[in-house]
Unconditional design. Structure first.
Length: 458
């Protein structure tokens, strides 16, 4: 059935019987592009009982096609012909119960996979093909989205990475409740121990508070500071980080985007990396969870640098302990180049953009690009703690954010200037305007002093 409305042509095959009539016209029992006009813009083939081999190769010769809906069909993989569709704005595979992979997706503005519960893997032709919008939910088996994250059973993780983190007796560990990215289901699900690759960082989550491996610096809190030592003939390769956090059972609202995050601050180089894992362990009430991660920082860390590692959580999670271990090149020399490729999804620095100068915010995957959305949280305490210079441990112990004073003063100055502008535009009383402007100038002066001579932290 074809319909024409102006320049837009809509071709719909909404019913199984209509689809069968078209298929039965051909001995090959396949759809052919000869049955579809080349000017087709919107095509819906939902509930047409189409399998992988129901699409001929020349089905991709639809240069005007912008929206394609293949929902509710017994497709198992991405049909080859779809890879040649280069002008799609919308591509939907909702409720495809047999769909296992979408490998080699073309560029598309919006990808929809809601309720395709068998889907395990999504890859793209190039990094530029990543969709602007990814509508997903109830994709309980989705373990890999290329350029975003990859989950791998711990027994398949490279043995050298297992050794580097000191992991052992993994086969005896019980499954944990794990959160995976899902727009519709937020409670997590029980999964075996897995390795997570994201932004070039390797992580794993273990039940309990027994920390494997060795760690040279530990803290019974949420932050730890240290100076990188000078060791002859040894070059720093990266960091191993652990944190133990618990479920306090106390809930209250927080806009913090991730319930557990790590910040590495290199004060000597004025660099920060803030990471919120897309997948994380959820401890049961009263129980602990251990997060182990390996950061391949390379030349971003050098001998003599002053570094602080902080762990941030939102309720009901609470940090109990954290620690770090330096990893030197000699420790990884025994690993072959191929074995030490910890990053099948993303290189740690490749394609990373600074969120603000000197700060990298590793969160949400490549689909999250709206900085204004993140800056809308700037008045929140957690935002000042994470993006400022203070750490959560000092905030908890001292009840204030010393390192964030320059940031807070700058925000206050900006608000005072805005108030002065509003007073000027509204024709308010002269005395009120003078007072507001004086206050703004004072805040600006103090912020400049603090930025030039920052307070030392205990």
């Amino acid at each position: 059935m074809g319909m024409c409305n102006g320049d837009t042509i809509v071709f719909l095959l909404p019913r199984i019987d209509l689809c069968c009539i078209i298929v039965e016209r051909f001995d090959s029992k396949r759809l052919h592009t000869t049955t579809l006009p080349c000017t087709l813009v919107v095509l819906s083939l939902t509930e047409c009982n189409l399998s992988d081999d129901a699409f001929p190769r020349d089905f991709g010769n639809l240069p005007s096609l912008q929206r394609l809906d293949l929902s509710s069909n017994p497709i198992c993989n991405l049909p080859d012909c779809i890879r040649g569709l280069t002008g799609l704005d919308h591509l939907a595979f909702s409720q495809c119960s047999k769909l296992k992979s979408l490998v080699g997706l073309p560029r598309v503005a919006e990808l929809v996979t809601v309720h395709s519960e068998s889907l395990e893997k999504i890859t793209f032709q190039t990094i530029s093909c990543i969709p602007e919008r990814f509508m997903h939910g109830y994709n309980f088996k989705l373990a890999e989205v290329e350029y975003w994250y990859k989950l791998e059973p711990i027994e398949r993780v490279d043995v050298e990475m297992i050794k580097l983190l000191g992991l052992c007796n993994l086969e005896s560990m019980k499954a944990i409740r794990m959160f995976i990215p899902d727009m519709l289901y937020r409670n997590g699900m029980i999964r075996p121990i897995e390795g997570l690759y994201e932004y070039g960082i390797f992580s794993t989550f273990l039940p309990g508070n027994e920390v494997p491996g060795r760690f040279s610096h530990t803290s019974k809190g949420s932050s730890i500071s240290f100076t990188l030592p000078s060791l002859p003939n040894l070059k720093i390769q990266g960091l191993n980080i652990f944190s133990v956090y618990a479920n306090s059972g106390v809930y209250h609202f927080s806009s913090m985007p991730n319930p557990v995050m790590i910040k590495i601050s290199n004060q000597s180089k004025d660099l920060k990396w803030i990471y919120g894992p897309s997948c994380y362990g959820i401890p049961d009430d009263g129980n602990d969870m251990t997060w182990l991660s390996h950061w391949k920082l390379g030349n971003r860390l050098e001998c003599g640098d002053e570094v602080t590692v902080s762990v941030f959580t939102r309720p009901p999670f609470l940090v109990k302990e954290c620690g770090i271990q330096l990893v030197h090149e000699r420790e990884v020399e025994i690993m072959s180049t191929q074995d030490y490729n910890i990053d099948p999804c993303h290189s740690f620095y490749k394609d990373l953009e600074e969120f603000v100068p000197g700060t990298y915010f590793l969160w949400g995957g490549p689909m999250v690009k709206d900085k204004d959305y993140v800056f809308s949280w700037q008045k929140e305490d957690w935002f000042r703690g994470i993006f400022g210079d203070s750490n959560q441990e000092n905030d908890q112990e001292e009840g204030q954010q010393v390192g964030d004073k320059p940031l807070a003063i700058a925000v206050a100055a900006a608000e005072a200037l805005a108030e002065a502008e509003r007073a000027s535009n509204s024709g308010g009383r002269r005395g009120c305007k003078i007072f507001v402007i004086f206050t703004a100038v004072f805040f600006l002066f103090v912020s400049l002093v603090f930025s030039r001579f920052p307070l030392s932290q205990s």
